[in-house]
Design a protein around this ligand. Sequence first.
Ligand SMILES: NC(=O)c1ccc[n+]([C@@H]2O[C@H](COP(=O)([O-])OP(=O)(O)OC[C@H]3O[C@@H](n4cnc5c(N)ncnc54)[C@H](O)[C@@H]3O)[C@@H](O)[C@H]2O)c1
Length: 287
Amino acid sequence: MTSVKTLAVVGSGTMGHGIGQLAAMQAIDVRVFDVDSAALDRARSGVRTSLDRFVKKGSISQEQSDNILGRMSFVNDLDKAVSGADVVVEAVPEVLELKQKVFADLDSRADESTLLATNTSQLSITAIASVTSHPERVVGMHFFNPPVMMRLVEIIRGTLTSDEMLDRTVALAEQLGKESVVCQRDAPGFITTRAIMALRLECIRIYEEGIASMEDLDKAMRLAFNHPMGQFELNDYNGLDIALQGSRNLREAYGERFAPPPSLVSRVAAGRLGRKTGGGWYDYPTD
Ligand SMILES: NC(=O)c1ccc[n+]([C@@H]2O[C@H](COP(=O)([O-])OP(=O)(O)OC[C@H]3O[C@@H](n4cnc5c(N)ncnc54)[C@H](O)[C@@H]3O)[C@@H](O)[C@H]2O)c1
């Protein structure tokens, strides 16, 4: 399988700039596109800060760091970003209509042989691909946060994804130095989002039933299962609003076992969304 030489990322936020950095660290030329030029500036400085940390730790030299950043361009012109790219990875917000709009654009602008991947955590790959004229080249490529550090890529086969495109995606994950798993059916929540949501919702229910405190549930997850963080701590990082949306989506697909627990619903209604609002399950005073 020929290796990827040029990769474009659409959406330069938390995930997009990290995916771009990861690819540039594997000697791939990277174009990072965003509709918001302030986001592009933040992406560039985010990559620089992360590379500085690698230099400080001694894992790469200053020269290597400069070369990695030199392989990345941050552009606000989609045609420039995708022209000649072997792969495009989309990382715009988790809204189906938005992703469909992006894929309709990519369909007409990217070369016919370009693999089109989405970093969605739980939207249907098939629905995203449905707006394109070649749905067989659309695949789910779910990276984890932060993409440079996390070891896994979850690859999702859409209903019409071809074997060739799936194989190319598995090979790309390997080229990026990642392990991969393949979700063979485009089922809501795929493998990882479905499994982690089941655990998170059950932890919240144990807390609501008064069986254990949040602190003890988090301690149990860390010490009994070697999870780096408990579910409440982790959810404060990635947002209670994201968990609530995920729970509602999965309930629609799988029924009441994924119903949002009342304490999650009420916290989101009160604007307690996690670290980003100064508190969620726990409090994070700013001063
Ligand atoms: N944050 C996580 O921990 C995480 C983990 C795994 C997967 N994901 C998935 O990755 C995707 C991106 O999430 P994120 O957290 O990086 O979001 P984010 O909000 O940090 O970044 C999204 C970026 O997309 C840009 N954007 C919006 N519309 C655009 C368009 N039409 N074209 C180009 N850029 C556009 C925004 O300006 C923003 O910079 C989502 O599908 C999310 O579910 C997120």
